[in-house]
Write a protein that binds this ligand. Structure first.
Ligand code: SAM
Length: 289
């Protein structure tokens, strides 16, 4: 019987037999190193019996690691060939763990960005080696649509990991940092060498751990706050009084909203934490007469 995890030879063999040619547009770089899979599962602090959602299971490297740790997994995969293959691969490595057996695996064939509900119990963790081109939208979508998610552990492009975990005022702080902070605190935990993937990508990767927290208290809606974040960073080099003039109706309106929020109108967006954006949004959404 094969070991619990997929090895490099089997990954290449599976891909060869099934005519799978990894595509760049779908970010198909498969993890071929069991040590990395176990590191991800360990960092995610997966508990036996916990319901975990995985986006982009691919050939099943991480899915097997999650099942091996005793999780029950709902895996969302956009590629029909990979989605079809997954239960078989799981059954071969962990007999009884796949769909049918103990029912610890559900596979959803879909674009993760379109998924509005998931089969089975609500997941408490998202653990994934995310497709690079949609990693931030997938993260934000899942945090918004699945409030049951308490924790996230994802592998993303190293540069994206830096942005997600960046504090206000730092060079890499931007829209993803501010928006993710609405939902969670983020920590970049480790760098992953590109040699653990097949095919080898031309960027480095890193793990990011998120822990859900309450959004900042505000009377503005999430949409209103995010509109202010987008406007502030659309013109990153501009002072907030100018950058927010459009959504506030005028430069004077922007100045009033910023002052009421206790923010210097001459500051730039990169200095504001999500709590500041939330206060500014209150004045922008409901300008005082
Ligand atoms: N989890 C596997 C591993 O670690 O080896 C594969 C990870 S690979 C970086 C990304 C996976 O996401 C691929 O299987 C790809 O087909 C899938 N994918 C890409 N875009 C997707 C989307 N929008 N929704 C769901 N899956 C997607």
């Amino acid at each position: 019987m094969p070991g619990a995890l997929l090895g490099p030879a089997e990954i290449r063999d599976l891909a060869g037999r099934l005519g799978i040619r990894p595509t760049k547009t779908l970010g198909q770089n498969f993890v071929i190193d069991g040590g990395t899979v176990r590191k991800i599962v360990r960092s995610a602090q997966v508990r036996p019996g916990e319901r975990v959602v995985e986006v982009g299971p691919g050939l099943g490297s991480l899915t097997l690691g999650l099942l091996e740790a005793g999780a029950s997994v709902v895996a969302v995969e956009i590629d029909p060939v990979l989605a079809r293959l997954l239960p078989e691969t799981v059954e071969r490595h962990l007999p009884g763990a796949g769909a049918g057996g103990e029912g610890r695996l559900d596979v959803v064939l879909a674009d993760a960005l379109d998924v509005t509900d998931l089969p089975g119990p609500p997941p408490t963790a998202l653990v994934a080696n995310l497709p690079y081109n949609v990693s931030v939208p997938v993260l934000l979508t899942f945090l918004e649509r699945f409030p049951s998610l308490e924790r996230v552990l994802v592998m993303v492009q190293a540069e994206v990991a830096d942005r997600l975990a960046a504090p206000p005022g730092s060079r890499t702080y931007g829209v993803p940092s501010a928006k993710v902070a609405w939902y969670a605190s983020a920590r970049r935990t480790s760098t992953i060498a590109r040699s653990v993937f097949w095919p080898v990508p031309n960027v480095d990767s890193a793990l990011v751990a998120l822990e859900r927290r309450d959004p900042p208290p505000t009377t503005a809606s999430r949409e209103e706050v995010f509109a202010v974040v987008d406007a502030a960073f659309a013109q990153r080099r501009k002072m907030l009084r100018s950058a927010l003039a459009g959504i506030a109706g005028s430069s004077e309106g922007a100045v009033a909203a910023l002052r009421t929020a206790g923010v210097d109108p001459e500051a730039r967006g990169e200095r504001l934490a999500i709590e500041d954006f939330a206060r500014v949004a209150e004045g922008v959404a409901r300008p005082s007469a």
